[in-house]
Every structure is written in structure tokens, then in C-alpha cells.
Design a protein. Structure first.
Length: 125
């Protein structure tokens, strides 16, 4: 079988990190989830009788509305974190800066998700 690595990578002992496929699959699964959830969310909003604050609050406050919104935001935030992680890993070469940005990315998305969860629970309660 032919060797596909370059002479430099063989000399440095560099090869596949063997972790990209899991990330690739997770990003595709979250994209498929969004492809299913966003039309349901848009349909839920489009069928409201009017666009008043009270109507929107009642729609989000219903168990089904809260579940659809929470699932949609969860998939969107997760997909966003994975996508931004790829950008950081591809374009930031300084190890400490990269590590800091990856941590900040995860904390930002976790914080946004917690705020969304709290807000939906307050409205639904």
C-alpha cells in the first residue's frame, strides 16, 4: 500500500489526530437537527393569530412551544460552538491564544444556553 504521508511528516512523526471524524459527525447531526427543528419553530410562530407580546408569550409558555424553542436553541448553540471551534483551530496558531479562545467559546455558548433555558422556564412557569 502506498504511503500517503509526506517525508516531512514521517520525519516529525506527525500523522492523523484521529479525532476529526467525531467532530464532523456531531456537526452534521446538529445540522440535521436544525433542518428539522427550524421549520417546526417557524411554523409554530407563523400560525400565531397575531404578533403581539401576549400571544408570543403564550406560545412560548405552552409546554410544546417551550420544548420546540429549547430544542431549537440547544441545537443552534451546539452547532455554533462546533463551527466556531473549527474556525479557531484552523486560524489561530498561538497555542495559548487558541486554548483561551476555545475555553471562551465553550463558556460563552454554555452561558447563552443557560440564559435561554432560564428565560424559557420563567415564561413557561
Amino acid at each position: 500500500m502506498a504511503e500517503l504521508r509526506t517525508p516531512l511528516s514521517r520525519a516529525k512523526g506527525l500523522g492523523s489526530a484521529r479525532s476529526g471524524s467525531g467532530h464532523f459527525i456531531a456537526q452534521r447531526v446538529s445540522a440535521v437537527a436544525l433542518m428539522l427543528l427550524i421549520p417546526v419553530f417557524v411554523w409554530m410562530i407563523a400560525r400565531l393569530p397575531d404578533m403581539s407580546y401576549e400571544t408570543a408569550r403564550a406560545a412560548i409558555g405552552s409546554p410544546l412551544g417551550a420544548l420546540v424553542l429549547l430544542l431549537t436553541l440547544t441545537a443552534a448553540f451546539y452547532h455554533m460552538r462546533l463551527g466556531l471551534q473549527v474556525v479557531i483551530e484552523d486560524y489561530i496558531s498561538e497555542p495559548f491564544t487558541r486554548a483561551g479562545l476555545l475555553i471562551a467559546n465553550t463558556l460563552l455558548v454554555a452561558g447563552l444556553w443557560l440564559v435561554a433555558l432560564f428565560s424559557i422556564l420563567v415564561i413557561a412557569a
